[in-house]
Design a protein around this ligand. Structure first.
Ligand code: 3H9
Length: 697
């Protein structure tokens, strides 16, 4: 193995090259290598300056996240930073790729900074439930001022080289290889007689109203702590001498390191990357995709088409009539119009996408050349089968045939064709050009390269793709149905939909279940209740109070009235008193005496239902690993990222206590609260869901 930091001498310049692929993360060897490299340069006769740069695709992309949660080993990164800055030699960092977190902190400790124009930099630690912990919160505000530093640290956003230069974070931007531009800069500095320049020696920045900034940040981050801690660390930069500020930063950093939020967010970071890696697809090549078709141009079909166009794929969109096809074009133009307005899409690109790349048709024969088709028509098996019969007739051999169904049996759809190996489910979430989640449904006969093609398409569209097996609702909607039912039971027993929504948004969900129902349309749940009624188990408790509202034509946001009443122009609604009356009437009819629920009990029951169903989904192989469920809920259902996902949350709570809760709820309703065999097994073996993730590799 090559050394983590290679040392080389060129004239009076010592060169430290980081070589720890893929991202030059600052693990123990790298930290030692930097300290040794600086010491060696200082001892090397005639060396006047040191250049630090990264080999491969990037400068340092940060501390090695895999070390977090383990006992830290010396030299610690803040000490490495201070050691670099304290050198009597001139130290220059040349950046390319992504200089993030600890990486940028090393650069800020260098005396001069240069970057290639494409370099991006930032302090993204808040996204890992942390703050910059290697002097970044103390050095950055000395360069940019407090307000900008708070914005950069609390958002964790990446900054381009030009902006970084204008903010005073870097000194120069130059085209070329980092090594070459770095060497040229060092020579310039030496020629001009430039001296050492230490950011820590700059005057402390001007303070602002930190309490107000702290409160505003806490409110914005909906329960996530790290951004607000970032404000306090910057405050220390203003109020304390540098060394004490660094100590305060370290204290806040270590406090966050001990939180569940940090564990949840780091779980999300690695799971987001692991979710698309399936051992069974190792070495399986996807089929080439150069053009796709979408059947149906409603909200979903138009969203999928938009997403494909933005991914650079030509799209043929099929509708039943020319009028419907024109309406689909309008929807797609509307979807892209947002990006056009925000300046993310040029008028020229907009025209090319909507005029050249998009073809509208009413004839199946126009689909004969496409490589993949996504059907997004009405959710009815008979309708789907008719579409697939047509696709089977016209599509070329090897074309991938996908259904966007959200709950129908993909095996049955596949079996209705002569090529079931080419069929899979691609379940997008609405609006499909915005939502990141894609469930890739692996039917009984789906060929491995067809599954791989689904993942390749998802990647191209920038989606988080999760493999799911066939069952009613796949991963996400099946689990949703269960925790929504738990909420409905609490409503019958005494909680109000509004208390439940509030408790869950306080927990960190983007929206509560009843606000979501209003957004999705109450007619969907109403239709499902009617569909399932004939086969329903008599032990199932299903409230019917909302049926009355639906019968009167109130379907939520789209009609202005549902659980909430929506005034024109306002997105958030106010509670609908009619709903409260209907609930009370139903309780009376059923002879139920309402009781009080604490917010804590609401969360406990809701989450227990979610975790229990999720454990069934994993146990049955519908989801391969617990982390697959976690990513579905994070990217499709507004689950708070800082809690990692329902099964990470369950691990952090402790599985035995959760199973005890489920068993105690089962005393009231043993039909609904049947413990998942996998949960019982994990508790019996003293294991966690994360143990299953690790075992899956
Ligand atoms: C920090 O610095 C704290 C300090 O302030 C204080 C310390 C005391 N460590 O994303 P990719 C892996 S906190 C370990 O697929 P891309 C990643 O898991 C850190 N591993 O590539 C993946 O592994 P695999 C602050 C890391 O090109 C592989 O590298 N820094 C790290 O799409 C490729 O990654 C950050 O938060 C790491 N730091 O994106 C930056 N980073 O191949 C986090 C990546 O086994 N990283 N890996 O799946 C990123 O944002 C992106 O990875 C990056 C590249 C933009 C760099």
């Amino acid at each position: 193995m090559p050394e983590a930091i290679a040392y080389e001498r060129q004239g009076d310049i010592a060169i430290l090259k980081a070589q720890n692929p893929p991202v030059n993360a600052l693990g123990l060897d790298m930290r030692k290598g930097l300290v040794d490299g600086i010491a060696r340069a200082e001892a090397d006769d005639g060396v006047k300056a040191v250049l630090i740069y990264g080999d491969g695709r990037t400068y340092f992309a940060g501390a090695d996240i895999r070390e977090f949660g383990k006992t830290p080993q010396e030299p610690y990164l803040p000490d490495v930073c201070n050691r670099i800055e304290a050198s009597p030699l001139i130290v220059v960092s040349a950046m390319h790729g992504t200089a993030l977190g600890g990486g940028l902190e090393i650069a800020l400790s260098s005396h001069y900074r240069i970057a290639v124009p494409s370099a991006r930099m930032g302090l993204p630690e808040v996204h890992l439930g942390l703050i910059p912990g290697a002097t970044g919160t103390q050095r950055l505000p000395r360069l940019t001022g407090v307000e900008k530093a708070i914005e950069v640290i609390t958002s964790g956003r990446q900054i381009g080289a030009k902006e970084a230069q204008s903010l005073g974070i870097i000194d120069r931007v130059a085209e070329g290889e980092p090594r070459e531009i770095g060497l040229a800069y060092v020579k310039d500095l030496l020629d001009s007689g430039a001296g050492r320049r230490a950011v820590s020696e700059l005057p402390a920045p001007q303070p602002i109203d930190f309490d107000a900034a702290y409160e505003a940040t806490l409110k914005k981050s909906r329960g996530q702590l790290s951004p607000a801690y970032g404000v306090r660390a910057v405050q220390a930069a203003c109020e304390l001498p540098f060394a004490e500020g660094v100590a305060e930063e370290r204290r806040l950093f270590m406090e966050l390191m001990g939180t569940d939020q940090r564990q949840g967010m780091i779980h999300a970071f690695f799971s987001e990357r692991a979710v698309g890696k399936l051992p069974e697809l190792d070495g399986v090549d996807p089929r080439p995709i150069n053009a796709i078709a979408v059947i149906g141009g409603g909200t979903m079909g138009a969203g999928i088409a938009t997403s494909a166009l933005l991914a650079g794929l030509p799209v043929v969109l099929l509708e039943m009539t020319p009028e419907a096809a024109e309406a689909a074009r309008k929807r797609i133009e509307g979807n892209l119009g947002g990006a056009l307005k925000r300046g993310k899409l040029s008028q020229e690109k907009f025209d090319a996408l909507t005029q050249t790349a998009l073809t509208l048709t009413t004839s199946y024969d126009d689909l004969k050349d496409v490589d993949l088709v996504i059907e997004a028509v009405f959710e009815e098996m008979g309708v789907k089968k008719k579409v697939f019969a047509e696709l089977d007739r016209v599509c070329k051999p090897g074309a991938v045939l996908a259904s966007n169904t959200s709950y129908l049996d993909v095996d049955e759809i596949a079996a209705s064709t002569t090529r079931p190996g080419d069929v899979l489910g691609l379940h997008f979430f609405s609006p499909a050009h915005v939502m990141k989640l894609l469930e890739i449904v692996d039917a009984d006969k789906t060929a491995p390269e067809v599954l791989a093609t689904g993942f390749a398409l998802g990647k191209r569209m920038g989606k988080i793709s999760v493999r799911a097996g066939v069952c009613d609702g796949f991963i996400g909607n099946r689990i949703l149905k269960t925790y929504r039912t738990a909420a409905d039971h609490m409503v019958l027993d005494g909680a109000s939909p509004y208390q439940i929504d509030k408790a869950l948004t306080d927990f960190g969900f983007a929206m509560g279940p009843y606000a979501v129902a209003d957004l999705a349309g109450l007619d969907i749940g109403w239709a499902t209740r009617k569909r399932l009624a004939p086969t329903r188990d008599p032990r199932e408790r299903v409230p019917s109070y909302m049926d009355k509202l639906c019968e009167d034509g109130h379907f939520g946001q789209k009609t202005g009235k549902g659980y909430y009443i929506y005034e024109a122009g306002k997105r958030a609604g106010v509670p609908n008193p009619e709903v409260t009356k209907l609930i009370e009437a139903e309780r009376t009819e059923l002879g139920l005496s309402p009781r009080d629920f604490t917010d804590e009990e609401i969360i406990r029951r809701y989450m227990a239902a979610m975790v229990n169903e999720a454990a069934k989904v994993v146990g049955e192989g519908i989801a391969r690993r617990p982390l697959d469920v976690d990513m579905v809920k994070l990217f499709g259902y507004g689950f708070p990222r800082y809690r990692g996902g329902p099964l990470k949350w369950a691990d952090l709570q402790g599985l035995p206590a959760l199973l005890d809760d489920i068993k105690s709820y089962a005393r009231e309703d043993e039909y609904f609260w049947q413990p998942a065999p996998l949960l019982e097994q994990l508790v019996a073996e003293g294991k966690t869901f994360d143990d299953l993730n690790k075992a899956a590799g």
